[in-house]
Ligand binder design. Structure first.
Ligand code: HEC
Length: 421
């Protein structure tokens, strides 16, 4: 039995075993008190919304401000109920990961936003306020800082998006291994997400048709360069990524390292100079971590299909591998993903499951690395909505959509951090 089903069974059991007054009125539990701002909602906002909604982040509106939050209480409840806010993240009941408590809002917390709005968004008693946004950890003593050489003037398209790539100077004289890495957005108000890549072919820009040697170029379709290997992906709320002790991602002198900025801004003019900070080891670690991708290729998503599923099954033909984290990657029509490891002996481990949003892609580092034993199968499933009313639809009427790297095509990849002995 797949772990997903086991999880559903547990959830199901909870309804009957636990005392949920709304479901089992006679069970005697107290009905939940009306939520108030200070006691119930502000702590949730500080935890799960403030990374983008403190007034200086991409969410723009300052939901930490009680008056703003009260005025938007109904909108907040609606956005939270629809699953749009906070933007979809990996479901930690599948597998715990760093920062899960901030990125993922469970059903009870979602219901709290609605109950608060329906009760007229009461403030409650200020003395019951409990939290402040947690201090964010940074790499204070970086061994390497890779920064955009100059500020870029953000020039969004009509929808407010701009994709801008910069080849960063690589000052390394000897090989080094990343142990911790952190993105530092220059202007958090406009930085929607950041990708850091290595260009294995040393020809960054070629896929976008720019002359060799160009440092900064527009790069709207995410990976038109198939030889780019992802090193890190940032979205607001993603903090320092630490790799387990005795592991590291190798960087070599002379390698081309490219930062891909996705800006989201209502108008031109913001100046952004983002950077990456890293802690490095100079000795080779016991296990070198590299990126590998899992997912089906090629495929076609029929026009009009509202729930099209593709699946890939990859058997580990080599020695035992270890998976540390991953980035689920689809394009605009992507709705959800599910990945697990199984074998004939009954092993079944949920790897990643969640709703997908193209505009909020992040790399998730697991609390415990996942062993992938010889002979075990890594299964990846993606679901797309290619109907006329699908959220990411750009063709009216819808067209058949083929696999491909352009944003008008689709992909389904689990981009995983992995090591092999
Ligand atoms: C990773 C960043 C991020 C996080 C975390 C986040 N939001 Fe947002 N939010 C956005 C962005 C970007 C927008 C503007 C684009 C849009 O409307 O979808 C937005 C818009 C909104 C809006 C609409 C505001 C308006 O102008 O009408 C509401 C309401 C909202 N978010 C509520 C929340 C709540 C509640 C949480 C936490 C439970 C949350 N968001 C967490 C990024 C985020």
């Amino acid at each position: 039995m797949r772990e997903e089903n086991a999880w559903k069974r547990r959830g199901f059991g909870f309804v009957f075993v636990g005392c949920v007054a709304a479901v089992v009125p006679a069970c005697g539990s107290e009905p939940e008190r009306t939520p108030t701002w200070y006691r119930d909602i502000q702590p949730l906002v500080d935890r799960s919304c403030a990374a983008c909604h403190d007034g200086s982040g991409v969410g723009r509106v300052n939901l930490r401000d009680a008056a703003t939050a009260r005025a938007l209480a109904g909108t907040m409840a609606a956005r939270v109920e629809s699953g749009e806010m906070p933007p979809p993240a990996l479901d930690p009941s599948c597998r715990p990961y760093a920062g899960a408590e901030k990125m993922y809002l469970g059903p009870d917390d979602r219901a709290r936003f609605r109950a608060w709005a329906d009760a007229g968004a009461p403030l409650g008693d200020p003395s019951e306020a409990t939290t402040k946004p947690g201090a964010v950890a940074h790499i204070d003593d970086p061994d390497l800082v890779l920064e955009m050489p100059e500020a870029h003037e953000v020039t969004p398209d009509d929808d407010g998006n701009e994709y801008w790539c910069v080849v960063l100077d690589n000052p390394l004289a000897t090989p080094a291994w990343i142990q911790a890495i952190e993105a530092v957005p220059g202007d958090p108000l406009v930085v929607h997400h950041i990708g850091l890549y290595r260009d294995a072919g040393h020809d960054a820009g070629a896929g976008y048709g720019v002359p060799p040697g160009t440092k900064g170029f527009s790069c709207r379709d995410p990976v038109l360069e198939l030889d780019w290997q992802l090193l890190h992906a940032f979205a607001p709320g993603v903090g320092v990524m630490e790799l387990p002790k005795d592991t590291g991602i190798r960087l070599d002198p002379g390698e081309q390292i490219v930062i891909q900025m996705h800006y989201y801004a209502p108008k031109s003019g913001a100046l952004d100079r983002s950077a990456y900070r890293m802690r490095l080891a100079t000795e080779a670690p016991a296990a070198e971590v590299f990126m590998d991708v899992f997912g089906p290729v090629p495929f076609t998503i029929p026009a009009g299909a509202s729930q099209h599923v593709e699946r890939s099954v990859i058997t580990n033909e080599g020695p035992k591998a270890t998976i540390y984290g991953l980035l689920p990657h689809m394009h605009l029509l992507g709705r959800s993903y599910d990945a697990w490891i199984e074998d004939d002996a009954g092993a079944n481990a949920c790897v990643a499951r969640g709703d997908f949003d193209f505009h909020h892609q992040a790399l998730y580092m697991f609390d415990e690395p996942i062993p992938w034993q010889p002979g075990q199968r890594f299964v990846t499933e993606c679901t797309w909505d290619n109907s006329a009313t699908g959220k990411g639809q750009t063709h009216f009427p819808p067209l058949d959509i083929a696999w491909g790297e352009g944003t008008n095509q689709e992909m389904c990849f689990m981009v995983a951090y992995l090591s092999r002995p």
